[in-house]
Design a protein around this ligand. Structure first.
Ligand code: GLU
Length: 390
């Protein structure tokens, strides 16, 4: 029996696989600290949970417009205007099952077989898989650690071909925590205009920023018609399990996505949509401040171990250089991450999951106590590795 070439070309998500393995060990009674998936450990704020309960009691348990309830799309349009200076109307917004589905639908709506999509590595694991599942060809551009993992526009330009249809950016960045400057976005806007490229801007970590400010590429002059903005509630409001995100895109693209939505899932869970509507009036400062503190604790712990990393300016990850531990006991970041979990009892994600070898990603969306314990365990684990030949 046939299987699709497109899905056979991709592997399961490594972030989810490592998270699953860590959870299985915990369930089996093994004491593992989980720095794997980027999932806030906080409960969803009470007000949001109450809004979901209310929605159910008031009978909001039926289908909605496939692009989402109009009140939510209006609230999203207001948010995009107030926070990002963007002028999208509700007809250009689609509510999706998490940011992940927003991205998938954008690729589905814009890629024809063999089209190229530029991805900046290190990059989140699912971009490559989603491009391939939609018949596209990922073209990787490397962002260097010495540049704080911000890509060089000249290198991006060299990667553009006649088949390039889109470029994906993600700021604040998973896995590096890099935050792109206005200057970088201006240069990217020029490339987009010169080469007629759609910029897909994944902004799900927008509210988790510790240094600098978040700027959306869509607010650059002329870019509203060339940008698709993806955002969601998972990271900002500890709503990972609700599966709710959204996209805002030029109308002709949003309309294509709406068709996909019609045929794929009818609409996002109605109750989750009403809960998300409430999220706009919930302040997440308490969570951001907790992440800031955790970042400090982990940063000091990693520094004490002599590890090298770029201090993240946003999101909730450290992307740590482990090249010095590879080549003897462990060949690559995957082997190292497996050993860290099985022997060191600390779950991390290998850099190879982000198309970047020689690094591991640590999520600090977990409690401060767990972070302190993870530091102790990593210190012992790294201390026992045989030094690779120099
Ligand atoms: N986006 C999060 C991460 O990178 C959650 C897992 C996933 O969807 O990949 O860990």
């Amino acid at each position: 029996m046939n299987l699709s070439r497109h899905t056979q070309a991709v592997k399961p998500s490594q972030t989810l696989q490592f998270n699953k393995k860590a959870l299985e060990m915990i369930r089996a009674g093994i004491d593992v600290i989980k720095l794997t998936a980027g999932e806030p450990d906080f409960n969803t704020p009470e007000e949001i949970v109450d809004a979901a309960n209310d929605a159910m009691r008031r009978g909001y348990t039926k289908y909605t417009d496939s692009t989402g309830i109009v009140e939510l799309r209006e609230a999203i349009a207001r948010k995009l205007c107030e926070d990002n200076g963007l002028d999208f109307d509700p007809g250009e917004i689609v509510v999706t099952n998490g940011g992940k589905q927003a991205l998938y639908s954008l690729f589905k709506a814009t890629i024809n077989d063999g089209d190229e999509v530029i991805l900046i590595t290190p990059c989140w694991v699912s971009y490559e898989a989603q491009v391939k599942m939609n018949g596209g060809k990922p073209v990787f551009v490397t962002a260097e650690e010495v540049d704080g993992f911000v890509p060089d526009p000249a290198v991006i330009e060299r990667a553009i071909s006649t088949r390039t249809t889109a470029i994906v950016i993600n700021s604040p960045n998973n896995p590096t925590g890099a935050v792109y400057s206005r200057q970088f976005l201006k240069e990217l806007a020029r490339l987009s205009a010169d080469h007629d490229l759609l910029v897909i801007s994944d902004e799900v970590y927008e509210k988790l920023i510790f240094e600098g400010s978040h700027e959306s590429i869509a607010s650059e002059e002329g870019m509203k018609g060339r940008s698709a903005v993806v955002n969601g509630f998972s990271k900002s409001h500890a709503m990972t399990g609700w599966r709710i995100g959204y996209l805002a895109a030029p109308r002709h693209i949003a309309e294509e996505v709406a068709k996909i939505q019609d045929h794929l899932c009818s609409n996002v869970n109605t109750i989750a949509q009403h809960a998300a509507l409430r999220a706009f009036s919930v302040d997440n400062t308490r969570m951001v401040e907790a992440f800031r503190k955790r970042k400090q604790v982990l940063s000091e712990g990693l520094q004490d171990m002599g590890l090298q990393f770029v201090i993240p300016r946003g999101a909730f990850y450290f992307f740590v250089d482990v090249k010095g531990f590879l080549g003897s006991d462990y060949a690559d970041s995957l082997e190292l991450a497996i050993a860290m979990l099985e022997k060191g009892r600390v779950g991390v994600v290998p850099g190879s999951a982000f198309s970047y070898e020689g690094y591991i990603r640590l999520s600090y969306a977990t409690s401060e106590d767990d972070i302190r314990e993870a530091i102790q365990r990593m210190g012992r684990f790294f201390g026992e590795i045989t030094a690779p030949p120099s």
